[in-house]
Design a protein around this ligand. Sequence first.
Ligand code: JFZ
Length: 485
Amino acid sequence: MYDFVQILGIKRQLSLVFLVLLGISCVQNKTKREEIIEDVEEALKPPYYLKGYEHYGLEPQIDGGTIRASKAAYQWYRDATFGMFIHWGVYSVEGKHEWEMQRNKWQIDDYEDLAPKFNPTEFDAKEWVSLAKEAGMRYMVITSKHHDGFALWDTQQGDWNIMDRTPYKKDIIKALAKECQKQGIAFGLYHSHLDWHHPEYYPRGYTSKGWDNGRPDSGDIDKYLDYMNAQVAELSSGEYGPISSWWFDGVWDIKEGVDWRMKETYDIIHKNLPHSMIGNNRFSVPQFGEDYQVFERSLPGHDTYEANTKEVSEYPLESADTMNKHWGYNAKDKDFKSPKQLLHYLIRAAGINGNLLMNVGPPPSGKFQPEVIERLKAIGQWNRKYGESVFKTRGGPMAEQTWGVMTQGKEGGKTYLHILDDPKKKFLDIPVTGKVTKVTLFDGGQEVPFTLNGHLQIDLSAVVLDDIDTLLIIEKEGELLQVQL
Ligand code: JFZ
């Protein structure tokens, strides 16, 4: 076991080894990295959103050669519960799909012509962050780079980015990072390993089968990974504040024969930002220094989409899903989930200890669609009234049921029963046992009769069910235990 001070003790060698490994030639970068790694106090300073979490531990967790984010960050992440995912890039100009480049087999030259058309003059960081906050979201995760390789920040790695190729010429990532800090919510990034634009991304993955987009038929993926790691180093240098979480994606494109050097990438992040939570959408439990488990379009363990694993780890969990059918902006997709469906998703996630990262795909103007704003506001309205039953809680002790879930506040906090779908029963059997003293309706405090006979049975005959969530508070002495029914 090493401790953080020991790790920092070999800081100089580490920074040098890194610089060589990364092939960073940019002098500016080198200074920034060395500054951060050498300044122990700076590295251990809690980011703004970790206020009140310091006592859980601010050192990165080190297990053998693997570095993971601090315990404070893990706790915060489990409490955060609800975040906004944002897929945005030059593809929004076409208004079809974030995979538009690949789906319609674009030539790189033609695709690059979308960049001059990307001029989101109506983008207002303050408005986006305010809306996320109003919905009750505690963090935001935006695509710094999606599969088309386009960088939404002022990267020094090449010119395929917002500054060099668009009339907009403003660093969107920095604007949002600053605004999140100002308004007190955390800020994270989605970053794609898969790249349809970089010439050294070779061998090509399965998404490039039958699609010659104009790149040479050769390349060295290690050069591409040096480039990607240099980008990650820029984004984790401190220039963009404390990145609360990372959502990596795309290693599934090349399944064999490539070493993605994931541990190396994650070490760059964790050594610079010891509170940065790393996740990777690669359908497995966390490895190599990853901090949370990602589930795409499914609740943890539900396995409703693609290759998601059913294996649920002990790490913090997160489920990511769309508000309509698409991640990136699709002009025709009006198939939005209702506020009720979205709230059920959030409450069910909380009941099984997962966060919900809910996606928004903004149009190229930069203004959220009215349908999106309406939903964010409706969710916020519910959260302002009932949010204590979802945020900072943990799931259980009852395992999720078809009709609902249970949540409980940490450290002696209240226990909640969420009846989400009509159980179509007068007496509801709850598979828990313990000293229940009182059951009341959250709304109005009406007492609800119950019996305890090996398990808890609640008499619903006098309860008027709520359309979204019939929320009950279960008062008890001591702990409740899950039992088999
Ligand atoms: C990925 C991205 O491809 C998608 O564009 C979006 O960013 C989403 C959040 O994450 O989704 C996937 C991941 C894997 C596959 C397909 C879509 N896959 O293995 O075919």
